[in-house]
Every structure is written in structure tokens, then in C-alpha cells.
Ligand binder design. Structure first.
Ligand code: MOS
Length: 746
């Protein structure tokens, strides 16, 4: 079979385009009622009273829960340690404290969504308001170094022998650049809103929940509801995008389940777009200062990367911009990263596509461009001069790194040699044309996983694990990996996922699903074929009855032995069995201590900036990715394109606007929170090196879900500098930011 690295249509594609795929909010049940979150309108203080009398008499109202009439909720299982879990750790509705604007302070249940929503508006809440700090700038005075950042200390220092501080190393540098870069709060905005449908059967809970982690959700729901994990089944076969905001448990899920329990009716809660701006996380705002010291030849001698990220005062989260970038990318004898948390009276943040890496690479790769300008060295050449052949902190070799080839191939495909280094040297009518480059990287993660393979008498084979498909293509990946290992066409593989009752699989986060689950599928194929053979030789009616297991072999769906060759479905039919199954596990091992695992890429961007309006448009994009084996060219390419689109949004459009006076989010809707749409996206050329990383796992696959965004905002900013001569260090790069600088030209 040759299923891997082909371009295969999504096996779930037809279900989706025909509307048969049912998402968490699509379940209608008899006696169903609807939950609606009531959110706070102040940023900090206490609720003094809530008058629910009018709401209670509103049509269709079933129940109203508030801190004065709470649903019992405990703390989640994985709360605790700083950074241990994202999502909600504070059981909401348990006390009258308000810690951020948009905090859930009530849960209204009614016969319809509209009735619940309308009743929620009739609740009269009196607050005692306290002063709040809601902006990074105002909170800097309270910044502190946390205990840990991305599994490391708040400061990580690599200094050459005899060098006592990074500042000393920087003072000795022949060439220096230093600048501060800002990125705003951003929101994930998946197309599918968070939705939960909870159904109790006695003390057993079945919950359709939009999540990237069915088994994490199972564990946390059991803990907050005070019931046994075995009594919770979380189902999520389809997810309409997650990008990290469905990676943790947020309180609307347990509130829905708790309400369904006390009301003894199924309850469905679908968040509104507006509610999602405070109820399910965001990417924190980050201020970073990058200082690079180099020789005149452009060899880095010192890298200092300081980051400040916002965090909710009530829920720690570090957007590890410096740690996850500058410690991994360039060779330098001296590298120091620092991170401080700026606590705000603001909703909890969480992982968002390429957490830390996305803002961190904007700063580092913009700074590298600034250095290339100062030195007069081509930006691609500068990166090659500082190419790291071993991971800079632990000095471990990379398991597989071909970033140099990404730069070369990318430059070639993009036509980099045609670029004019002098800013403002290319123009087409009113449009200034510029070209920029940046590196992409993202850590390759892998976790323990277990999968099951089931030979069925209908001639198909099911492959299952409690993994997820957020639109990432995981159904198709499972089918392809099983097809390859079984020697059976993809069309005969039936992938099953998104059910907490399936075998163990990790959160669909950290770009780890394919690398974690695929080796388990291969192990499961091995165990299932052994099982098939043992059943075939022991059953009296089997064509292989009485043979030794070692005399029977399996290949391409057929058992062979004693001169016979019989398809597995015929063997199962002869045995009167509907199926034979086997499961297998796979875990990362010793290699974790021997190598560093990262994916790499090079991002090349062309922009056109209108000289009079300051409008910047990305007009061409070339991306070359070194992500190990590409299981499916088609969905992998879509993943990277999606990441680049995300990066174009981050570079030019996306910003959550917080009112400094009261913590309100002014643009909590898709009309005013700008995301790229079709007209904003040019042709995106994605190429994979497709070099297997077999030190990482037997299939040689690394992650692909997040790396696409990495470096994109920097490539855009660098191209805009090349087009206009204006260096913009604050995201997003708006027309205003380009007009202000260009005023002198008119
Ligand atoms: Mo991803 S931000 O780890 O879901």
C-alpha cells in the first residue's frame, strides 16, 4: 500500500458538506431546555444583589442560577500548580466576587435559547465596584517573575565562559540592535461556538461537548460535578475549529451538566460569539524587547529577549514568547530570555495557535531583519550565518533539521534573488512593493497514546482512539496510517474518534496528535493481526484450523499459510465472528534525552502598500516546511495555509480592544474584530521537504497544526519595511501606523 504522503480527500468531507456531521450544538432531544450565560458588566468588585423576579416570570424560564442560588461546582481535577492547566479553575457562581468583565455570574435555563437570553437581560444586578487594572501598560508596575514559564525558569541564561552577564556580552558587541515589539490580545474565533449538550441517565452523564480533549474534559467534569470518571462520557466527533480555546475546560460545560442534573432534563448551552470573548480564553497581550549583539560579519554574539505578558489575576497563564523562540532558533554564545507576568483584572487567557511562538517569532524575526538592514547583509544570508546545528541551551543535536534547505528552496520558489534590498525601490502605480522573510519553528511534541484496530466481517477495518479532528484532518490521518500498516485501501478503513470511552489519546493541542497516535495505530495493527492469526488457527471452522501461528502470515488484508490465501473477512465469516480486534500503545522513550525535536520552516512574503491610504495587502506567500513525514499532502497543506491565514490576521487585522476605563471588550463580535477573509488572502504556495524524522517516531512524523502561523507576522512586517522604509513594531500593522510615518512624503 502506498497511502502515506499522497494527497487524499478528507474521509469525513462528505458528512460535513452534506450537513450530516453533527456538532455538539446539533443534538435535539425530547424535553431539552437551553442554558444561557449571564456575564458581569464590571471588571472588578462584588455583586451586592441580583433581582431575578422579572426574569423568573419571563416566558419559558425554567430556572435561574446565581451566586445566591448556586449550582454546586467543585474545583477541576487538574487545577493547582501554576500553569498546570488552562481554562477555568475557579468554580463560578459560588461567591459574589467579580474578577473580570464578562465573568459568568448567572446561568438561565429556559424552554428555548431565545427565552433564556431574553430572561437573562431582565436580571437586575447591583455591584459594589472596585478599581481594576485592565491594560498591560497600567499593570507593568505589578509585573512579577513566575515560578515557571513553558516548563523552564522565568529567566533562562546561556552565557559563554568568562561572561558574567548578557549586558556585558551586549556591550562588547560590534553591532547592536534593540527594539520593543507589542502584540495585542487576540481571540481564537473558531467558526463553531462552544456548545454543550448534557444528558443524565441516573447518575451517568453523557455530554456532547465542543472540545479538543474528550478525556481531559471527562476527568475535569467528573471532578467538578463530584462524580466518578467512569460515569462521564464525553462525545465530540466533530469540532468546528479550536485553535486552543477548546483545549481546556471552561465553566459553561459543568454549569450545563449541573443544571441538567438538578432539573432532571437535558440542557444545551451554545455560547454566543460575544460571550466567547471572556468565557473561553484568548491570547494574552505581549510586550517584548529584543536586543541583538553581532559581529560586523553578522554573527550573533549575544541575544537578549525580554517578555511581559498579561495574565488574569485569578488564573495564571504565560504566553511564553521569549522562551519558546530565542532559546531554540539561532546559534549564539550568549542567550538570555526573561519573562514577567503582568496580572490584570481580566478574563483568563489560554493557548492560542502556536502559543508563545507566534508573538515571540514576530519580535525575534523582526529584530533579525533590523539587524540585516543595519549590517547590509541579506536577511536569508544572515539567518544562514547564524544557523544552529545543535539546540542552543542543552546542546542536544536536532533529531532532524533541514531549515537551511527551507530557506534555499523557499528563496528559489519565491524569486528572492529579484528582491531589491533598498526600501521603497519597487513601485507599481500607487502601490509600494516589498519582500520579507522570516523563519518558522514549533516544538515537536509527543505523548503516550493507545489505539485499537478491529477487523470486521464486512471487510472493513475500524481504527479508533480518543483523539480529535478539529478540521485538522485527523480522521483521514488515522485512515491513512491504518491503511499503510494494514495494506488495505483507505476506503476500507473506518476511523472512529472523539469519544472519551475510546483508548487513551492526548489533548489535540501542541501539534502532537499525529505524532502521538499514529505509532499507536501501527502497534495496534501488529497486535490485531496477531490476534487474527491466533483466532484463525484455533477455530475449528477456520481454513487455517490446527496450523501453528508461525505458519500463518498476514499481508494486505489476506491470511496466508499452508498454501492457502484467504481474505480476513472470509476467515471471520467461516468462524462466525463479527470482528477481531487488538490494541497497541506507543510512548516517547529514551530519544527524548538524546535529541531536540522541532519543526522548521521558511516564510516568504510579498506585500503591496498603498502610498496614499497606507493599506497593506499580502500579495504573494511562499512557505517551505520541514515537518517530517507528511502523512497527507492535502490536509497538511490546508493546515499550513490555515496557519498562514491566521498569521496574516495577526499581522494586519486582529486585535481585541479593551476599554481602559471598565475592562469592556469593545469589539467582541466578528463585525469589529477583524479576521482575514477570502479577499485578503493571496495565492499561498506551500511546499514540504517531507524528510522523515525517524528519531522522533517510526513514521517520522512531526506536528503541523501550529507552525504555519510562526514567522508570518514578521515576514509581513519585514516586507512592509522593504516596501515603505517604515518599521512597524506593534501588531496589527494598520493603515494608520503606515500613514503616520509617511506623512512627510505627501
Ligand atoms: Mo493548540 S494552541 O496547542 O490547541
Amino acid at each position: 500500500m502506498n497511502s502515506v504522503s499522497q494527497s487524499i480527500d478528507r474521509v469525513d468531507g462528505k458528512l460535513k458538506v452534506t450537513g450530516q456531521a453533527r456538532y455538539s450544538g446539533d443534538h435535539s432531544l425530547p424535553n431539552l431546555c437551553y442554558g444561557y450565560l449571564l456575564q458581569s458588566s464590571i471588571a472588578k468588585g462584588n455583586i451586592q444583589s441580583m433581582d431575578v423576579s422579572a426574569a423568573q416570570h419571563s416566558p419559558g424560564v425554567v430556572a435561574i442560577f446565581t451566586p445566591f442560588n448556586p449550582l454546586k461546582i467543585y474545583s477541576p481535577a487538574q487545577a493547582g500548580e501554576e500553569g498546570a492547566i488552562s481554562g477555568d479553575v475557579i468554580p463560578l457562581l459560588q461567591d459574589p466576587a467579580v474578577d473580570y468583565f464578562g465573568q459568568t455570574i448567572g446561568f438561565v435555563v429556559a424552554e428555548s435559547f431565545e427565552e433564556a437570553r431574553d430572561a437573562a437581560r431582565l436580571v437586575k444586578t447591583e455591584y459594589q465596584t472596585q478599581p481594576a487594572i485592565v491594560e498591560l501598560q497600567s499593570g507593568l508596575g505589578q509585573a512579577y517573575a513566575p515560578k515557571s514559564v513553558s516548563g523552564m525558569g522565568a529567566t533562562v541564561s546561556v552565557l559563554a565562559d568568562g561572561v558574567t552577564s548578557i549586558d556585558e556580552a551586549l556591550r562588547g558587541a560590534e553591532v547592536l540592535v534593540s527594539a520593543t515589539y507589542n502584540s495585542p490580545i487576540e481571540h481564537h474565533n473558531p467558526m463553531e461556538p462552544h456548545a454543550t449538550t448534557a444528558i443524565w441517565n441516573g447518575d451517568r452523564l453523557t455530554i456532547y461537548d465542543a472540545t479538543q480533549w474528550v478525556q481531559g474534559q471527562q476527568r475535569n467534569l467528573a471532578a467538578v460535578l463530584g462524580i466518578d470518571e467512569a460515569n462521564v462520557r464525553v462525545l465530540c466527533p466533530f469540532v468546528g475549529g479550536g485553535f486552543g480555546c477548546k483545549g481546556s475546560m471552561w465553566m459553561h460545560s459543568p454549569l450545563t451538566a449541573a443544571a441538567a442534573r438538578v432539573l432532571n432534563r437535558p440542557v444545551k448551552t451554545v455560547l454566543t460569539r460575544e460571550q466567547m470573548y471572556t468565557a473561553v480564553g484568548h491570547r494574552p497581550t505581549v510586550r517584548q524587547t529584543v536586543t541583538l549583539g553581532a559581529t560586523k560579519q553578522g554573527e550573533l554574539t549575544a541575544v537578549k529577549h525580554e517578555a511581559y505578558s498579561s495574565s488574569s489575576r485569578v488564573k495564571f497563564f504565560a504566553e511564553a514568547a521569549a522562551h519558546r523562540t530565542s532559546l531554540a532558533l539561532y546559534k549564539s554564545p550568549n542567550i538570555v530570555v526573561t519573562h514577567e507576568i503582568v496580572p490584570l483584572d481580566f478574563a483568563p487567557g489560554t493557548f492560542m495557535r502556536a502559543p508563545g511562538v507566534a508573538p515571540g517569532m514576530f519580535a525575534l524575526e523582526s529584530a533579525m531583519d533590523e539587524l540585516s538592514v543595519k549590517l547590509g547583509v541579506d536577511p536569508v544570508e544572515l539567518r544562514l550565518r547564524n544557523y544552529a546545528t545543535a539546540e542552543p541551551v542543552h546542546k542536544l543535536p536536532w533529531s532532524s533539521k533541514h531549515l537551511d534547505e527551507c530557506y534555499r528552496l523557499g528563496a528559489d520558489k519565491f524569486g528572492w534573488s529579484q528582491r531589491r534590498p533598498e526600501p521603497k525601490s519597487t513601485r507599481e502605480g500607487d502601490w509600494l512593493v516589498g519582500h520579507g522573510v522570516a523563519t518558522a519553528l514549533y516544538p515537536a511534541h509527543r505523548s503516550h497514546a493507545e489505539a485499537k484496530i478491529r477487523f470486521q466481517s464486512d471487510g472493513n477495518v475500524s481504527v479508533s482512539a480518543a483523539t480529535h479532528d478539529l478540521g485538522t484532518g485527523m480522521y483521514t490521518v488515522l485512515a491513512i496510517v491504518a491503511s499503510e500498516a494494514l495494506g488495505i485501501p483507505v476506503q476500507r478503513i473506518r476511523p472512529v474518534l472523539g469519544d472519551s470511552g475510546l483508548t487513551l489519546a492526548p489533548v489535540a493541542g501542541g501539534s502532537q496528535s499525529t505524532a502521538s497516535v499514529s505509532p499507536a495505530v501501527v502497534a495496534a495493527v501488529d497486535s490485531a493481526t496477531k490476534k487474527l492469526i491466533s483466532v484463525a488457527v484455533s477455530g475449528a471452522k477456520s481454513p487455517f484450523s490446527g496450523m501453528k501461528p508461525s505458519d500463518v502470515s498476514y499481508a494486505n488484508g489476506v491470511l496466508q499459510g499452508g498454501g492457502k490465501a484467504v481474505p480476513f473477512e472470509a476467515v471471520l465469516a467461516a468462524l462466525d465472528r463479527s470482528a477481531v480486534e487488538g490494541s497497541g500503545t506507543a510512548s516517547p522513550g529514551e530519544e527524548e534525552h538524546q535529541y531536540s525535536f522541532l519543526s522548521f520552516g521558511a516564510q516568504f512574503c510579498e506585500v503591496r502598500v498603498n502610498e496614499w491610504t497606507g493599506e497593506a495587502r499580502v500579495t504573494r506567500f511562499t512557505s517551505v516546511m520541514d515537518v517530517g513525514t507528511v502523512v497527507n499532502q492535502k490536509t497538511a497543506r490546508s493546515q499550513v495555509i490555515g496557519g498562514i491565514v491566521f498569521g496574516i490576521g495577526m499581522g494586519l487585522l486582529e486585535a481585541t480592544k479593551v476599554d481602559p476605563n471598565n475592562g469592556w471588550i469593545a469589539n467582541r463580535n466578528l463585525a469589529e474584530y477583524l479576521v482575514p477573509t477570502n479577499a485578503d488572502i493571496p495565492h499561498i504556495d506551500v511546499e514540504f521537504l517531507n524528510i522523515p524524522d525517524t528519531k522522533f517516531n517510526s513514521l517520522g512524523v512531526r506536528g503541523i497544526g501550529e507552525i504555519g502561523i510562526a514567522g508570518v507576522p514578521a515576514a509581513i512586517a519585514n516586507a512592509i519595511f522593504n516596501a515603505t522604509g517604515t518599521r512597524v513594531r506593534d501588531l496589527p500593522i494598520t493603515p494608520e501606523s503606515l500613514l503616520v510615518e509617511q506623512k512627510g512624503m505627501a
